[in-house]
Design a protein around this ligand. Sequence first.
Ligand SMILES: *Cc1c(COP(=O)(O)O)cnc(C)c1O
Length: 396
Amino acid sequence: MNSLLSEKPAILGGDPAIPGGPPEWPFPDIAINRVLQQAQQTGAWGRYHGPCAKQLQQKLAELHQTEQVILCSSGTVAVELALRGLGIGPDDEVILAAYDFEGNFKNIVTVGATPVMIDVDPQNFNLNLNLLEQAITDSTKGILVSHLHGGLVSMQRLTRIAHERGIPVIEDACQVPGAVIEGQIAGSWGDISILSFGGSKLLTAGRGGAILTRSPQIAQRIRLYSHRGNEAYPLTELQAGLLLPQLETLDTQNQIRQKHVDILLTQLGDDSGLISFRNQQLSSQSVSTPGYYKLGFLYQPSHFSGLTRDLFCQAMQAEGIAVYPGFRALHAIHSRRRFRQTTELPVATECDRNLVVLHHPVLLTGASHMAAIAGAVFRIAQHADRILSLSASDQL
Ligand SMILES: *Cc1c(COP(=O)(O)O)cnc(C)c1O
């Protein structure tokens, strides 16, 4: 037997796999210190307008080959503004995956439209394009698509289906800045695309978001809606300044994350009890590289002697590893009266019960940590019986 496997998991009193615990995000960065110092020296931090916001708009526009960039206070607000920019309101339907960020559902309801849920793909747990066409009706005024947990949706195929029918696409790229989908950067595929600069995100200003579009009409409608005699949802000059140096390192960091995900998946192998994401439906004619805000897995309790997902996550956290249950499925937490569904949602239900996510900061640390994570999973599987029995008698 592998000597590693005979050691106890941390939840049973063994040494944690990563004794320092999950790294704090964002990492310390000299470039960020410089921005803060400069803001203080020039007084820019106290101004409504300055050069950083303009520069950020230009850089994001270049990066996403788009003309119109509207900076705003969060990704959540950006999604609402996108829906408003498309003129979506009462009597309209917007299609989204039943397993998606909850704010996306709420925003559709906020503008008065009806969310129409379709199930997620069993391979990558994102919107299932095989179910898209049958969900479209005359009332469909938008398709809201997110790329989540290491999965990517084929935007070639999605935009073909949508545009043949004249339906605009809102691409939520909040979790995948800098990712490439079928040869083109994420956030450049939608008629409107969304970025988030929230505190935990890959690009962070603590809070913030952006809306990208090539349509001057859509951008104008959003600007008119946002103006209340003053901008109602602005990103600050200081936030913009903090984001600029991060754009410079995004590609390198994405490559490191990808390398470490590859190492981790190799270490885990095919029989770890964690089913990983497979982006098999993407066109093989061109390059795709996912983003990793959270790396998702479908947890298989049967591989862990029936250990619940929550206990598995607790055991991983005891190892110093930031693994958590994924978010809830939208149909599982919202009243049936508030949405429409065209098929059953078995895969989203499975995600609701058993998706687990690894938070990204550890993916920028050493490769040895990937081995430590895999080792922790194996140890927990091997000692799952004991963890279960101690938990049952309240001794954990
Ligand atoms: C974080 C996130 C958002 C919202 O962004 P905030 O800036 O936190 O409001 C929207 N969609 C997805 C997929 C996200 O991960």
